[in-house]
Write a protein that binds this ligand. Structure first.
Ligand SMILES: Nc1ncnc2c1ncn2[C@@H]1O[C@H](COP(=O)(O)OP(=O)(O)OP(=O)(O)O)[C@@H](O)[C@H]1O
Ligand SMILES: [Mg+2]
Length: 251
């Protein structure tokens, strides 16, 4: 059966990022299509977080283009606040508002950014809190929750703005091992529902089993970009082979 090529939702073109004199991202190019689940793997310091932060404009790229739905978001005319409602982010350290309840955390952006009425925002927040299994904790504050629970709330909060793409930066790296599964389970479900996601992760089994694509980065360069079968099963580049070999040794 012939499958039509999907419309790219995001195109990263010749992305370069310097911090001072150091070139951290070197001519990064890749395309994200609707429904892609892309795992980004690579050694510490290879530039994975910087790349995600550039995509979300938490860092300003030095040069290049980030084209979202056909428009270069680095154009000065672009509405950054609006863009950020379309490209959400989940962080390693949760970044929940500590002075707000779980429910308030999930209602904040729909009310302030999307201008939803409180009752509507509440319903949206409840829908996603139920989805991540946190509806029983709506009145809790973040410091009363486990790491896995906090991260599930952070995912619900990100979903409540109904992003077109959700970026994850090592969402399970700060968790105790017994809590990793509950968060990966939620992410797996989102992938199955067709949410477009870019996930920086060290969870190789998850990357292999859930992603539609895997990108391996080293020293600010995309060294390999392919299906999980290609990158894990038949890596072309020596650097990828070394990285994966070291990873399986240490696992
Ligand atoms: N704000 C900053 N100012 C200066 N240098 C930075 C800044 N942020 C990151 N760097 C440097 O950029 C390089 C890439 O960092 P980055 O955090 O993107 O790597 P990473 O692949 O996410 O690593 P990790 O797996 O440890 O999270 C590192 O050498 C880091 O020290
Ligand atoms: Mg990082």
């Amino acid at each position: 059966m012939a499958t039509a090529k999907k419309q790219p939702i995001l195109e990263v073109k010749h992305l370069v990022k310097y911090f001072g004199e150091r070139e951290i991202l070197k001519d990064i190019d890749f395309t994200v299509e609707q429904g892609n689940v892309i795992s980004v793997i690579g050694a510490s310091g290879s530039g994975k977080s910087t790349m995600l932060r550039c995509i979300n404009l938490l860092e300003m790229p030095t040069s290049g283009e980030i084209v979202f739905e056909g428009k270069n978001i680095l154009d000065l005319s672009n509405n950054i606040a609006l863009y950020r409602t379309k490209v959400g982010m989940v962080f390693q350290s949760f970044n929940l508002f500590s002075n707000m309840t779980v429910l308030q955390n999930c209602m904040a952006s729909p009310v302030t950014v999307l201008k939803r009425k409180k009752e509507e925002a509440r319903q949206i927040a409840m829908k996603y809190l139920e989805k991540v299994g946190m509806e029983q904790y709506i009145n809790a504050r973040p410091d009363q929750l486990s790491g896995g629970q906090k991260q599930r709330v952070a995912i619900a909060r990100a979903l409540a703005i109904k992003p077109q793409i959700l970026l994850f930066d090592e969402p399970t790296s700060a968790l105790d091992p017994q809590m990793v599964g509950e968060v990966l389970g939620v992410m797996r479900e989102l992938a199955e529902e067709g949410l477009t996601m870019i996930i920086v992760t060290h969870e190789m089994a998850f990357a292999r089993d859930v992603s539609t694509r895997v990108i391996y980065m080293a020293d600010g360069v995309i060294v390999e970009d392919g299906t999980p079968q290609e990158v894990f099963g038949n890596p072309k580049n020596e650097k990828t082979k070394d990285f994966l070999a070291r990873f399986t040794q240490n696992a």
